[in-house]
Design a protein around this ligand. Structure first.
Ligand SMILES: Nc1nc2c(ncn2[C@@H]2O[C@H](COP(=O)(O)OP(=O)(O)OP(=O)(O)O)[C@@H](O)[C@H]2O)c(=O)[nH]1
Length: 366
């Protein structure tokens, strides 16, 4: 895995500060060389003109940002880059401000060649401290971008009062409690806070998301807000879609569960904790079926699972209905064999998820 090229996906709504951060990355003395892929709307990309830095290679995807189109472009661009390996150390993909990061992230799971050559390092989302609340109200993509983030750079803090900042941060946390968050002016964040995160390295989920294993079960609100039905970008791909929606192996189960979820209108996260092992022959099919059925509403899922008679941890993650997972390092002696799953998405029915897990994985085993 180590010789794969790390890819950072930079996202964030229009004007949030993506280019500002990119310029910072490209001008700072860090001794690394980045290839930059800019996903720009329209025929003529203007972002190129704004990006400084002589040595970086910049490629553009000019045909919009939606779903499979971008993926095709991105795959071709990354494949082209791979022929020039050695000329750069890492890739940064700057997505257009209105893009849903899901298809970009999916590229690194589903395309065999890309998977072979590159690994998604982290999704970094720029958030505009002044306008994020408005965007959350009127732009579903803005919410997706927050939900997807491994790292959130809450930028333009100079434009808001401390109270406003606290409010926007609370809203971000309601959507995504797991990302690391940095408050910035002019995207001034230490580069190692956004690059080289290994946030998508399944082995490191716990390092990146220490809260992942915390006792949960705080609030159990039942929120059924929403009703916006903003599904434009959900991947309910039709028959023409080139998506490869099956490419998983994952598994686990659990048995007790603490559900915690946060909610922000229709977006929230549900976590399940099972104090013990699960039968992979029950867990894996359940997870696959669940994600296939509900994937349009699930933006992200992750989990670490203890399998019966298996010394290694099963770790999975997914983007919509695409799942990826494998057995990784062994459980340590002092480590409780607990199974944990987290789903982040829209309209997730917490009780239904809990019941399905209990019925199909736990009860079925007894
Ligand atoms: N006041 C203030 N302005 C900022 C800050 N960061 C960036 N800006 C300004 O905000 C504007 C937009 O920043 P960009 O970095 O171009 O944002 P972007 O996300 O790349 O924008 P798009 O490419 O349109 O999506 C620029 O004029 C920046 O100079 C900040 O922390 N505070």
């Amino acid at each position: 895995m180590t010789d794969k090229i790390p890819v950072t996906v930079l996202t964030g709504y229009l004007g949030a500060g993506k280019t500002t951060l990119l310029n910072r990355i490209l001008t700072e003395q860090h001794g690394r060389r980045y290839a930059v892929i800019v996903n720009e709307f329209g025929e003529i990309g203007i972002d190129n003109d704004l990006v400084v830095g002589a040595d970086e290679e910049i490629f553009e995807m000019n045909n919009g940002c939606i779903c499979c189109t971008v993926r095709g472009d991105l795959i071709r661009i990354i494949e082209g880059l791979m022929k020039r390996r050695g000329k750069f150390d890492a890739i940064i993909v700057e997505t257009t401000g209105v893009a849903d990061p899901a298809p970009v992230a999916q590229t690194f799971f589903v395309d065999a060649d890309v998977k072979e050559a590159a690994r998604l390092d982290a999704v970094v989302t720029l958030a505009d401290a002044k306008f994020l609340l408005q965007r959350l109200a009127d732009a579903p993509e803005a919410k997706n971008q927050i939900a997807f983030a491994d790292v959130i750079v809450l930028n333009k803090t100079d434009l808001v009062t401390p109270d406003e900042l606290a409010e926007v941060e609370a809203r971000i946390r309601a959507i995504n409690p797991y990302a690391t968050l940095h408050r910035t002016v002019k995207a001034a964040v230490p580069l190692d806070a956004v690059l080289g995160r290994n946030a998508f390295d399944l082995e490191r989920i716990l390092d990146i998301e220490p809260r992942f294993l915390e006792a949960e079960d705080h609030d159990h609100h039942d929120h059924e807000h929403h009703g916006r039905g903003d599904h434009e970008h959900d991947h309910d791909c039709g028959p023409d879609c080139g998506h490869d929606h099956h490419d998983h192996d994952h598994a686990h189960h659990g048995e007790s569960h603490g559900l915690k979820h946060y909610h922000d209108e229709d977006m929230h996260s549900v976590s399940i904790r099972h104090e013990g092992e699960v039968d992979p022959n029950l867990f894996v099919p359940w997870l696959n079926d669940f994600v296939q059925a509900e994937g349009a509403d699930i933006l992200r899922c992750k989990g670490i699972v203890a399998f019966e008679n298996e010394p290694r941890r099963f770790v999975f993650q997914g983007v919509h209905m695409i799942l990826d997972g494998d057995l990784q390092r062994e459980w340590r002696e002092d480590e409780p064999r607990v199974s944990r799953l987290v789903f982040i998405g829209r309209k997730l029915n917490e009780e239904a998820i809990r019941d399905a897990f209990t019925t199909n994985v736990l009860r079925a085993a007894s």
